[in-house]
Design a protein around this ligand. Structure first.
Ligand SMILES: [Zn+2]
Length: 722
């Protein structure tokens, strides 16, 4: 997983971006505010103590303090909001927007503790409590987003003469606050407002129903294998399947459950052609089986309600509403990009299928490659063409050396140095966690701290992620950054090097990209540290590219025994294998991303049955018969079990286009990936501005032009017709 997680639910994020204040008194001219520091008995609410302007007191807190602390912090935040909303003075940038920016401080201090208990040190006690706490966040969030008086004050500032004289960053945070309310119905009144609220309520019920129907099909369709049906399956898969069968009361059999993590390796390795077909059918028909768990009607209702809702707001279609505040800005831009990649992707599928058919014919399999054969024969082609010994690669990837490599890159490009803090000076939440002080290399100026929690353990969620305990701002005096990276390497026994896979090494750099993004910030206000959905993964994806630069390979990707750098041939093999099977993965992804847009740009009256619509539209696109959508319509949870990715699934490709295009700029620069001039522009326009500048404008300033799709095509081994 490469997601930068938000600590809590989406609802809470909304709340966080719309917080408030009472105790501060602001002066128009003097930016540094005199505040009365509030005193708290509960340690979770207290100002951070200790060195480096205060750090979270992980060694002193207990879960028992969490709920009472949260109650106080939420009540305080809501009181702050009310005070801003009901201020008798005329709305100004200071008494409204800045007041909101500085509100919710107690909550901000509490979140790092909450996040650690939720992700790094979870326990049954915490999970039980979490069930009680999440509704409290949602309730706070809706109280803020439904505060009419608050919206009217924000709107007044947004439409004021004062607005025109604000700085670009101030205008942007005012617009973001105004727009997040307006996009969500705040400008409506009377019957329209009432209908808007009704639609939201109906939609939330339908989204849950959609998700539950898929879950039911995942639980109800399990294939049980007998001992003679295991041919080709890896040992680890067989033992997991045996355990899964036992858990379902079928001891002695082997369960292929109806989830991606079970289906994918089965289709890749199982030699049982007919069983592959059965497993494939179960998986790709989720939500489309006869009976009460069928999602067709649910989808039609969702699309109608979404369409009605955006019409209330004056938009033509849902995708237009969704993309308005994204980097892509309009659905046509996302479609244009996908249309450029699609022909090359399906052409590559033809080549892949021909390669696979040749293997099948040679084996005398007597089959025509069908969707349930794709993974199986692709694996055979991969072995023949690109075989990479993952254990051999691992021997050059030591966790400690990779950390050093990241710090080296940060020094060369970002002007940062990392030095370990004095032992015991900064409290940590687990003994494995290490902390470094980050300074500017050129002048020794303190920037912040970097917390690293690298190893897997019980109670820690899987995957890798980055968070910040504190962000850089200057609006109330400069704050330093407390940034974190978290991963799940399997810790080697004492004295031995922890070795990781190539994918894990990439992810390690990826998360460090998020950390550098936070540490580089030079914005004034907290809201400017937020993200834009189709842009926030770009910086971190880009940083992955430094893993395979010569400087890193020669100094840090060294064999754990011999100390010799990774051989050129091995690097070439890794790079070559990265273009393998790109026809399949690009096509299955794009088919989902394009259908997502079609569903959200077409009048629902014209769509009719969603499964028929999927069929007709994909046929028009020339979808190869050997592949289906990565997520077929009836189980496309990204877009139908909520609105997180609806008309937004294109975003993965969007970020990758930027990544490839920016990486190519470095590859072609005189100083390569360490080019001084380009590196400075990278930090200035792509990292330090955070969300204080429109991403499209920032990218253009970095590159001297808008991003182009050619570099991505070359990265995937597709021909470029430009
Ligand atoms: Zn990420």
């Amino acid at each position: 997983m490469k997601l930068k997680i938000s600590l809590l639910s989406a609802a809470v994020v909304v709340a966080l971006s719309a917080c408030s204040n009472t105790q501060s008194t602001y002066q128009q001219v003097e930016p540094v505010v005199q505040k009365v520091e509030k005193q708290y008995d509960n340690i979770l609410l207290q100002k951070y103590a200790g060195p480096y302007d205060g750090v979270p007191q992980f060694d002193k807190v207990t879960i028992a303090d969490l709920e009472p602390a949260l109650d106080v912090a939420i009540a305080e935040n809501l009181a702050e909001i009310d005070a801003i909303a009901n201020n008798p003075e005329k709305p100004t940038f200071q008494n409204t927007i800045v007041a909101l920016e500085s509100s919710g401080e107690a909550l901000d201090r509490l979140f790092p503790y909450y996040g650690i208990w939720a992700n790094n040190n979870s326990s049954p006690a915490f999970r039980e409590l979490q069930g009680k706490l999440v509704p409290k966040f949602s309730s706070m969030s809706s109280k803020i987003t439904q505060n009419k008086a608050l919206f009217e004050r924000i709107q007044a500032v947004y439409n004021s003469d004062e607005f025109k004289n604000l700085t670009a960053e101030e205008q942007r945070i005012t617009w973001m606050r105004y727009n997040s309310f307006a996009r969500n119905g705040a400008t409506l009144s009377g019957d329209k407002a009432k209908r808007y609220a009704e639609i939201n309520l109906e939609l939330s019920g339908l989204h849950s129903k959609f998700g539950n129907n898929v879950l039911a099909d995942e639980e109800n369709y399990v294939v049980y294998l007998t001992k003679d049906q295991l041919a080709g399956l890896p040992k680890s898969y067989i033992s997991a399947a045996a355990a899964a069968a036992k858990a379902r009361g079928q001891e002695g059999k082997y369960a292929v459950t109806n989830t991606r993590s079970s289906m994918d390796p089965f289709l890749k390795y199982s030699e049982e052609h007919e069983l592959r077909e059965q497993v494939w059918n179960n998986y790709y028909n989720r939500g489309n089986n006869a009976g009460e768990n069928n999602n067709r009607d649910v989808i039609s209702q969702i699309l109608k309600l979404r369409h009605e809702r955006i019409q209330l707001l004056g938009f033509e279609n849902y995708a237009q509403w969704r993309l308005e505040d994204r980097m892509a800005k309009a659905p046509e831009n996302a479609i244009e990009l996908m249309n450029k990649v699609w022909p090359a992707a399906i052409a590559r599928v033809k080549e892949e299928v021909a390669d696979m058919q040749a293997v099948a014919d040679k084996e005398g399999a007597n089959i025509t490659i069908a969707p349930w054969d794709y993974r199986f024969y692709a694996e055979k082609v991969r072995k023949a063409k690109y075989d990479l010994d993952s254990n051999e690669v691992k021997e050059y990837l030591q966790a400690d050396k990779l950390t050093e490599a990241m710090f080296y890159v940060a020094g060369e490009l970002f002007d940062f140095t990392f030095s370990p803090v004095p032992e015991g000076s900064v409290p940590v939440f687990h003994e494995d966690v290490k902390v470094w002080e980050v300074k500017r290399k050129s002048n020794g100026e303190h920037v912040g701290l970097f917390y690293l929690d690298p190893f897997a353990r019980k109670g820690k969620r899987s995957g890798a992620w980055a968070t910040s305990f504190r962000s850089h701002t200057t609006f109330q005096g400069k704050t330093n950054v407390l940034s974190t990276n978290n991963s799940n390497f399997v810790k080697a026994p004492n004295g031995e090097s922890t070795l990781v896979s190539w994918d894990d090494a990439n992810t390690y750099f990826h998360e460090f990209g998020h950390a550098l993004h936070a540490l580089s910030s030079n914005v004034k206000y907290p809201s400017s540290n937020g993200g834009v959905r189709d842009y926030t993964e770009f910086q971190s994806q880009l940083l992955e590219r430094w893993l395979s630069t010569d400087e890193v390979i020669n100094k840090y990707l060294v064999h754990y025994k011999t100390g010799k750098p990774m051989p050129k041939e091995l690097i070439e093999k890794i790079q070559k294998s990265s273009t393998f099977n790109q026809g399949f993965s690009t096509t299955e992804y794009l088919a989902s991303a394009i259908m997502d847009m079609k569903f959200h740009m077409t009048d629902p009256e014209l769509i009719g049955d969603p499964v028929e619509f999927e069929k007709t539209e994909l046929a028009k696109l020339g979808m190869p018969s050997e592949i289906v959508m990565r997520h077929r319509t009836t189980h496309f949870g990204h877009i139908f079990s909520g609105e997180g990715y609806s008309a937004g699934y294109y975003g993965y490709l969007w970020a990758e286009v930027l990544t490839s295009d920016a990486a190519e700029a470095f590859a072609n620069a005189p100083g390569g990936f360490y080019d001084k001039d380009l590196g400075d522009r990278l930090v200035e326009y792509l990292f330090s501005v955070r969300n204080a500048m429109d991403p499209a404008e920032a990218y253009n300033k970095f590159r001297g032009r808008d991003a182009e799709v050619g570099a991505l095509m070359r990265d995937r081994g597709f021909p470029v017709s430009e």
